[in-house]
Design a protein around this ligand. Structure first.
Ligand SMILES: CC(=O)SCCNC(=O)CCNC(=O)[C@H](O)C(C)(C)COP(=O)(O)OP(=O)(O)OC[C@H]1O[C@@H](n2cnc3c(N)ncnc32)[C@H](O)[C@@H]1OP(=O)(O)O
Ligand SMILES: N[C@@H](CCO)C(=O)O
Length: 337
């Protein structure tokens, strides 16, 4: 299914004060909006996904899944700075008549949320029944919940944090260092930095998975093997797979956005900001998540008044949120009860 596009002529004044003139938001909707039934479910996607949530989160979102178009009006918008239809570094900047590339402005999570808010108003949605997001998507969901408050009923926050950690920033910086040493990164073409981005994805994978994931999926059966290990080809393949569908500018931009995430910025503290979220909240952690350890989700749950906390298990660490749909369905079902 192809996305729909909304072009917002007024552009967007970013948190930095800069005007992003060419504002296009690519989005998917599934089902029919019914204000009487209060049936809007809004999904905020993570780092490299797109707005087609039925594609990357099937098993939780789909025709016969828990979130389905028969009962819900499901909305997912591609985030600014990405490469799946919304304005990003490869978009042509009208002012300069060519793609932004390195000149794409620095965005924040609050800018991503501002674009979601523009789309919400354009779609005529007053109340959101459920706002759900994981990882970078969780950061957006948390920020937006803070702003929406009485226009939102339920927040489901997964595998994310209130403020990005030094550990997470260090992973992101290492990935950007890999892009920066790619000699093509100095150029301005769609393919600049792609070799570096392959290494960046390989580094990222180590934070998305864990020792046991590799032990269970990439162990050798040939005891005499001395080279060409499965774990090596897996890392290379994962880098290549991303290079075939993403670009290094978006990767750089989105990792920077994550680094700057702090719900407490300008609001005294993360605790204080979280305490002002008056929405029925479910926080879900993945027990094997190395990148966003469960202590971070417990912190969010402890500071949002009345929030519930649930944990799922996964061989896949952080990426478990994309793969453990059965467990997610179960904890989400009991949350609504
Ligand atoms: C246009 C778009 O596709 S955008 C939307 C898609 N992506 C997203 O939404 C982002 C979120 N999704 C993701 O990050 C990932 O898809 C995840 C985490 C859900 C799953 O990750 P995957 O890479 O599919 O799973 P996994 O880690 O098990 O790797 C499987 C792949 O590695 C390959 N592989 C496994 N072991 C090895 C090895 N030793 N050597 C080489 N390749 C290997 C498999 O053949 C498989 O290849 P395929 O993806 O081409 O079928
Ligand atoms: N692996 C996922 C989640 C990262 O948080 C992605 O590439 O978007």
């Amino acid at each position: 299914m192809n996305p729909k596009y909304y072009k917002h002529k007024a552009g967007l004044i970013l948190e930095s004060g800069q005007l992003l003139q060419d504002l296009t938001i690519a989005y998917h909707t599934y089902g029919e909006y019914d204000p009487q039934k209060n049936n809007v479910v809004w999904v905020c996607h993570a780092l490299t996904a797109n707005s087609d949530v039925f594609d990357w989160w099937s098993g939780l979102f789909g025709e016969d899944d828990y979130f389905n178009p028969k009962e819900h009006f499901i909305v997912c918008a591609n985030i600014l700075g990405s490469c799946y239809g919304s304005t990003g570094p490869l978009s042509v900047c009208e002012e300069i008549g060519k793609p932004y590339y390195h000149e794409f402005p620095n965005l924040t999570v609050r800018d991503l949320v501002a674009a979601h808010e523009i789309l919400r108003l354009e779609l005529g949605i007053e109340r959101i029944h459920t706002l759900i997001g994981s990882s970078l998507g969780g950061m957006q969901a948390l920020e937006w919940a803070y702003n929406l408050n009485s226009n939102l009923e339920h927040l489901i926050f997964l595998a994310s944090n209130a403020q990005h950690s030094p550990w997470g920033i260090a992973f992101n910086e290492s990935q950007r260092m890999a892009i920066a040493v790619d000699p093509t990164w100095k150029e301005s073409t769609n393919a600049s930095g792609l070799e570096g981005m392959k290494t960046a994805r390989s580094i990222a994978l180590l934070s998305y998975r864990n020792y046991q994931t590799y032990q269970d999926t990439q162990s050798e059966t040939d005891q005499d093997k001395q080279d060409d290990f499965k774990a090596s080809s897996y890392q290379n393949y994962q880098g290549l797979k991303l290079a075939n569908r993403f670009n290094a500018y978006s990767y750089w931009e989105l990792s920077k956005i994550m680094d700057g995430h702090n719900i407490g910025r300008g609001r005294i503290s993360p605790e204080k900001a979280l305490s002002q979220i008056q929405v029925k909240t479910l926080v879900i952690g993945v027990e094997s998540d190395l990148l966003f350890p469960i202590a971070e989700q417990k912190f969010v749950a402890q500071n949002i008044p009345g929030a519930q906390y649930a944990e799922i298990s996964s061989l896949y660490g952080h990426d478990g949120f994309l793969l453990e749909q059965k467990q997610l369905t179960k904890v989400i079902q009991s949350f609504y009860k």
